[in-house]
Structures are given as C-alpha cells and as structure tokens.
Design a protein. Structure first.
Length: 59
C-alpha cells in the first residue's frame, strides 16, 4: 500500500469536517480567537484532503 493510500484511508469524510467547521463558527458567534483560527485552519486543511480523497475515489 502506498503512502498516499495510507493517508486517504485515515481521512474523515468531508461532511463530518464541514459540520465541525460550522459548529466552530456557531460557537464563536464573532471573529475567531487566535486558538479558534488555528483550529479553523487545521479543519480547512483536513476538509480539503477529504474532498481530494472523494475525487480520487470517484475516479
């Protein structure tokens, strides 16, 4: 199994990550704190990886 296969196997579904992103913004209800901004950036990267994994799987 290649390293990229290992990475895609551990990626959470985009819908799950999207739900966490929405919850983060709902909790904040304002501009994000520095810690929330870090979490948001981490979630965006994870969401993008999940989208890429979905596209590769569909192909």
């Amino acid at each position: 199994m290649s390293a990229s296969s290992d990475a895609s196997a551990s990626v959470r579904p985009a819908a799950v990550v999207n739900t966490e992103i929405r919850a983060l913004w709902a909790r904040a209800g304002r501009a994000l704190s520095p810690a929330e901004q870090e979490e948001y950036q981490r979630l965006l990267v994870e969401w993008a990886a999940a989208i890429r994994a979905d596209v590769v799987e569909a192909a």
